[in-house]
Design a protein around this ligand. Sequence first.
Ligand SMILES: Cc1cc2nc3c(=O)[nH]c(=O)nc-3n(C[C@H](O)[C@H](O)[C@H](O)COP(=O)(O)OP(=O)(O)OC[C@H]3O[C@@H](n4cnc5c(N)ncnc54)[C@H](O)[C@@H]3O)c2cc1C
Length: 810
Amino acid sequence: MTLPTHARTVIIGGGVIGCSIAYHLAREGRKDIVVLERSKLTSGTTWHAAGLVRRLRPSATLTKLINYSIDLYGELEVETGQATGWTQTGSLTLATNEDRLTNIKRQVSLGRAFGLEAEVVDAARAKELWPLIEVDDVIGAVWSPADGRVNPSDVALALSKGARARGVKIFEDTAVTGLQKKSGRISGVEVGEHLIEADEVVIACGLWSREVAAMAGAHMPLYACEHFYILTKPLPEVQALGKGAHLPTLNDQDAFLYARDDVEGLLVGSFEPHAKGLPLDRLPKDFSFDLLDEDWDHFMPMMENALRRIPALEKAEVRMLLNGPESFTLDSQFMLGESPEVPGLFLMGGMNSTGIALAGGAGKAMAEWIIAGEPTMELNEADIRRFSPEMNVLGALEARIPEVLGRHYDNPYPGRSMETARGQRRSPIHAGLVAAGARFEARGGWERAVHFGGEDAHLPLSFGVPKWREQVGREVEACRDGAAILDQSAFGKIMVQGPDACAFLNHLCAAQMDIPEGRIAYSQILNRRGGVESDITVQRHGPDTYLMIVGAGEVVRDLKRMRETRGAFRVEFTDVTSGYAIIGLAGAEARRVLQATSNAPVPELKRFGFAPVEIGLARGWAGRLSFTGEEGYELYIPAEMAMAAHEALVAAGATHAGLYASGSLRIESGFRAFGHELSPGTTPFEAGLGAFCAFGTGFVGEAALEGPSKALAEGVSKRLPTERQIVTVLFDDPEAIPIHDEPVYFDGRVVGQITSAAWSYRFGRSVALAMVEAPLEQLAETTVVSGFEVEIACTRFAAKASLKPAKEAF
Ligand SMILES: Cc1cc2nc3c(=O)[nH]c(=O)nc-3n(C[C@H](O)[C@H](O)[C@H](O)COP(=O)(O)OP(=O)(O)OC[C@H]3O[C@@H](n4cnc5c(N)ncnc54)[C@H](O)[C@@H]3O)c2cc1C
């Protein structure tokens, strides 16, 4: 077979990910696909993975993708004749402390939202399931019978076989040495002197992906770590199980360990808390079916944990300490999608040691995205557009990634934040926030003030009543009755200018953008299916000039969509995020405090208006929107004057509030947030935001929403003909502490999931927003419907729900 000079799609990398994308593209009917592998298929990381596949995951997206993978791995042999080694052994996850038990019970509850059954068991039952373990310290465990394992190389080979059978051409020993672009779009790949022109290129090069993406100027923030497991020679205790019998996969997260039987012996691996980063230049250029050096000094603490849990290991002869490279991402979620910088270039990687489990589902999702031109399912948390180029700084990756591996088994407590690579992006008023005692969390590279009680009001973290409850209560009170500074400077700011600015924005955004100068519009950006791609506000500064304020993590995503939507519109857009601070000033005293900073009069503003304002020595403009639902202003101030404004506000008596306070007020006010209530699979009608859609302006997604819109206009139905709706939920019991994603029950069946939750200081109980599919008629007819239940860590809590915001409904 000779290398072609043209292909519709070139996939670079023949690991499990590249093979899965090729298989799914071909299965979807795509023709003319070429896979290029530098060495042999599976020779990178895939061949030595432990092959564990666990269905229960902390998020809906991951759970769905992995469930698809497992179904596929079970069927591939019939289709391709190549076995995948899928064996349903079940998995056993131990808890040796209350918080771990709560966490694994939370996962059981989450699984129930998807019909996944898992059982909470006691130590004795755990010992029955895994007879080799010591259970003296085990206080509970979760038995998940549907989990299992595969042979990773065989999965990749079965996928490649299925792909070949559908016409995919796979070239081994073929290294890509360069990428070509025409007018900014990907146009081909170089293999030495040979050029293959291509309409689309997919990078699936595992830990080498970042460097390959850089060949086209694209960003793929991932970094490798050394990753260890031991393999023992056969053990009598394992042999005693009998031929063909297997142990479940064992997860002992408190000891940073996992284990399974392997050829009559054991495989014991770890996610050790202090992992070893792996600079790429330490790997030889021809690294293929290779491993890294054993490092017993490093592994010894894990070995000691393993010996305590599995005493039989004491007599075991260790065959090898396997040390293989694997790549991780800054937020421990994998990434996929079209490069925001280079159209036609698709990227998938940073699998965070779940590449085998995810390959089937994620490969399918990527293939569908390539064909449809946009995601066809909920992929927000994995979407590559969450990463800005700032997050691809090598120094930040080197600092953060070992911590990501080390925290793989951490309990995902509310308030948890990475400790490394901190201080990368600081608000223009950061110093003022520090002086006020801010406790920061790292979000998307930004330091965000979450409350002002410092360390003392933060640690230790808990799934129960958080340490900061009283502190945040004081901040909430200030946001209502005082004048509280809420730093929102991390919000994205995109300047939109040009003679067609208004027409362009009316096409891009669902709301009416032909607003007077000095006014602000609230809108969603939708996809063609009518799903929400972004939640924004837009200020009109002049006939041809607008400023869009977008979510802190959505700038890259929104700019990409804007470029794709621009067409022939004469419009330019510029990311000016770094140029301005945004200081929210919330509370009944906001006007008085603002006026006290300057003798220049504070502008009289109606809601959705903005006007120039002076704050002490600083000048900017004030808007009246409210992100919390309370009285107040948003102050937009050039970055270099922001500290002067902050100092003037503090001198005039303003106090501070953090994200936890604004989150609680947001949920009480029923305000929807992108990534929670709003997502590409949710329409404005489902989110209760249909009234903000300006039908007739020709916005993207309008056609998809016409049905519900007509029904609304004609009053056909008392409620909208949507199949689900966002509701507000108020718990009866103050002990209920939901976080996210918990299943919601009505009439004994799962009807939805929590999308945001917080403590309500108004009601003295938790309040939440949830997406539910029943009982919609009843909700439309009655303000408050009782009889809901929410399952938190396997306990059901009674709740009521309403279509109205909590502060109006309850
Ligand atoms: C010790 C260990 C245990 C693991 N256990 C599990 C587990 O139990 N369950 C699980 O789900 N995951 C596990 N993983 C993770 C899993 O192995 C990876 O996530 C997965 O294999 C990544 O697949 P990939 O296709 O992205 O990368 P790779 O398998 O590395 O494939 C990338 C390919 O790209 C090729 N390539 C690179 N550059 C070029 C170029 N310029 N031109 C052409 N080709 C190129 C490479 O040669 C390589 O073959 C484990 C990983 C390790 C290290």
